[in-house]
Design a protein around this ligand. Structure first.
Ligand code: NAP
Length: 285
């Protein structure tokens, strides 16, 4: 099997390495080519255009930032895809976004599988992502070797394009909630004169603990904001959630507050830092 990975940022680079590790042939393309070149040593074929990268690929995996970026690149590579190749769209673009991209794919007679991923930089590097998929079951089955290489589990959300992207938004609402919730409790400790580290050690081992709170909480205490998941990405995803419920299908109160907190961190200059930097929005002054 040959896979083209388009977009070798934090997630795409890890995914490409996980594919190469199991012997899949991988071609890579990235807008700023130096990030793609970094994968040559792992055995990837580096191409200077997305059209060249997809030329002989069985699967084209897109891991670009957002829907406009995916659309811009898709207009270049879709005409170059082989007749039986599948487009596995893994960037987080929301249910409406993925349906618009599927419409674009159908203009070129290309089959698309909605395939966002849950998990961050380390699971991408280790091949332990949770991959959420929806689409034609026959197409999903053909993606088997890719799903196995990059994930430790595949969750089939249904046959409809958009189902997987909807589930992905629910997963990221959870990530936003735990991360902001952890920041809130650490900031509350500091505001009330208690050592914030005691919050993490108190919940550790209790049913309310989560490894994610320990991970992000530790980063917050150390002010280590090395990006695994950038604030800019989560703000984008919170906007997608708000757009998806715009018709009033549920109250938006908590999502709006979360969006505002992460946006405040971005406005303080943390947009390319890890989402743990949301702690800065909770600190007084
Ligand atoms: P990232 O490190 O910021 O990488 C973004 C990628 O998009 C880069 O390859 C970038 O190219 C490319 N890009 C942005 N705008 C572009 C444009 N107009 N034209 C062409 N390429 C463009 O982001 P990431 O964390 O890997 O995230 C990628 C996708 O995965 C996003 O949809 C994100 O929401 C989703 N996701 C992220 C995580 C996570 O934990 N990080 C987890 C699950 C899903 P350049 O390098 O040239 O700028």
């Amino acid at each position: 099997m040959r896979v083209a990975v388009l977009g070798t940022g934090t997630m795409g680079a890890g995914i490409a390495r996980s594919l190469l590790r199991v012997g899949i042939q991988v071609s890579v393309w990235n807008r700023h080519v130096e990030k793609a070149r970094a994968l040559a040593g792992d055995g990837a074929r580096v191409e200077s255009s997305s059209a060249e990268a997809v030329r002989d690929a069985d699967v084209v995996l897109t891991m670009l930032f957002d829907e406009p970026a995916v659309r811009e690149v898709a207009e270049q590579f879709l005409p170059a895809m082989g007749p039986t190749a599948i487009w596995m769209q893994s960037a987080t673009v929301g249910p409406d976004g993925i349906r618009r991209l599927a419409d674009l794919a159908s203009d070129y007679d290309v089959d698309l599988v909605d395939a966002p991923v849950v998990g961050t930089k380390k699971p991408a590097e280790e091949g332990t992502l949770a991959v959420v998929v929806s689409g034609d079951p026959a197409m999903i089955e053909r993606l088997g070797p890719v799903l196995e290489a990059i994930g430790s589990k595949t969750v089939v959300a249904g046959a409809a394009i958009g189902a997987a992207s909807a589930l992905k938004l629910a997963c990221n609402a959870w990530i936003a909630t735990i991360t902001a919730g952890t920041a809130q409790s650490l900031a509350l400790c500091a505001a009330l004169g208690v050592d914030p580290a005691l919050f993490l050690s108190t919940i550790d081992g209790s049913p309310s603990n989560t490894p994610y709170a320990q991970l992000k909480g530790g980063m917050m205490i150390a002010s280590d904001f090395t990006p695994s998941f950038g604030v800019d990405g989560l703000v984008k995803d919170l906007e997608l959630m708000l757009a998806a419920i715009e018709g009033g299908s549920m109250p938006a109160t908590l999502l709006e507050t979360l969006r505002d907190e992460f946006r405040a961190a971005a406005d303080e200059g943390h947009d390319r830092d890890d989402i743990a930097s949301v702690i800065t929005a909770f600190r007084a002054g």
